[in-house]
Ligand binder design. Structure first.
Ligand code: NAD
Length: 276
């Protein structure tokens, strides 16, 4: 129940009906007995600058999650953004300070790293293959390299995206970044699908089946796709004896970071919360 006293957060995107965050955050707020609520906001692109100005004056709104397609558009409209959000030119969460300042961060990659840690994966000194150099892929790459990853190979049919991301990451992290041809898959400790390939249960995989046949059991295979959770890539990886990490695991791990950044979720998060 929303009262006059209720503190608000929001999730802003378009479309918005498919997002799970309002259900998951509101369920968690209720379970904790907190007088907080999350609103879904489906906004037209032209209204984004006006919304950011409105947020500065919106006293009972603590912050908002930013989702597709506005993660890039909000970056220049904020008062401060974190170093990683600046490099990625992408913000997925905003905190409004008591003085009305808007601070931005991007915690997509941290959610991935936390989920991978729960599979015993520590990026330090490891080799990873990233399939997809878009928003999610860039955030994951940033967090893996921050965690000390030794080698990152990036594959994307959009060569300009690979070049741009490799150059930005190269400036920030130095020699760890390679945009080389894909190596034999058994040489990687981690293979990540950070593209939308496989979404909607198409049965498609981001690499051809004959290349995926080279997967070896020591490799952690991760997918960012949330629906279905068990993608064709993950099914194939399991059949090869690999550990697998599904898209919802990244989303769940990220919920805590989103909530903490907005100042509505303390650490540690209560067990049993689900996320988008
Ligand atoms: P995006 O459009 O910014 O990037 C996707 C990239 O994948 C594009 O550059 C595209 O060229 C590339 N691509 C397409 N086919 C490919 C292939 N076969 N191999 C390698 N790269 C390929 O999209 P995005 O915002 O990065 O989102 C990608 C996916 O991640 C979506 O399905 C989204 O729902 C999901 N996502 C999940 C989470 C989570 O928490 N699990 C978080 C963010 C995004």
């Amino acid at each position: 129940m929303i009262h006059g006293t209720t503190g608000l957060v929001a999730i802003v995107g378009s479309p918005i009906a498919q997002v799970q965050s309002p259900t998951n955050f509101n369920r968690w707020f209720q379970a904790q007995g907190l007088d907080l609520a999350m609103l879904p906001i489906d906004l037209q692109a032209e209204a984004i600058p006006a919304l950011m100005s409105t947020l500065r004056g919106w006293n009972n709104l603590r912050g908002c999650v930013i989702t597709v397609p506005y993660k890039q558009a909000v970056v220049p409209l904020l008062d401060e953004v974190s170093a990683r959000a600046r490099l990625l030119q992408s913000v997925n969460v905003i905190r409004r300070t008591a003085q009305g300042q808007l601070l931005g961060d991007n915690v997509d990659g941290e959610g991935f790293i936390k989920a991978a840690a729960s599979h015993g994966f520590n990026p330090a000194g490891k080799r990873a293959l990233l399939l997809g150099a878009g928003g999610a892929g860039a955030a994951i790459a940033y967090s893996l390299l921050s965690g000390g990853l030794a080698v990152l190979d990036i594959i994307d049919p959009d060569a300009a995206r690979v070049a741009h991301l490799s150059s930005a990451l190269g400036e920030a992290f130095g020699e760890a970044v390679l945009d080389a041809q894909v190596q034999h898959l058994a040489t990687y400790d981690l293979v990540i699908n950070a593209s939308a390939v496989g979404m909607g249960d198409t049965g498609e995989t981001p690499l051809p089946a004959e290349q995926l046949a080279d997967l070896a059991p020591h490799t952690l295979v991760a997918d960012v796709v949330t629906k279905p959770a068990n993608t064709a890539l993950l099914k194939l990886a399991k059949a090869k004896g690999c550990r697998v990490q599904a898209g919802p695991e990244m989303a769940l791990a990220q919920m805590e970071d989103l909530g903490m950044f907005m100042g509505v979720m303390p650490e540690p998060m209560a067990a049993g919360a689900n996320s988008d």
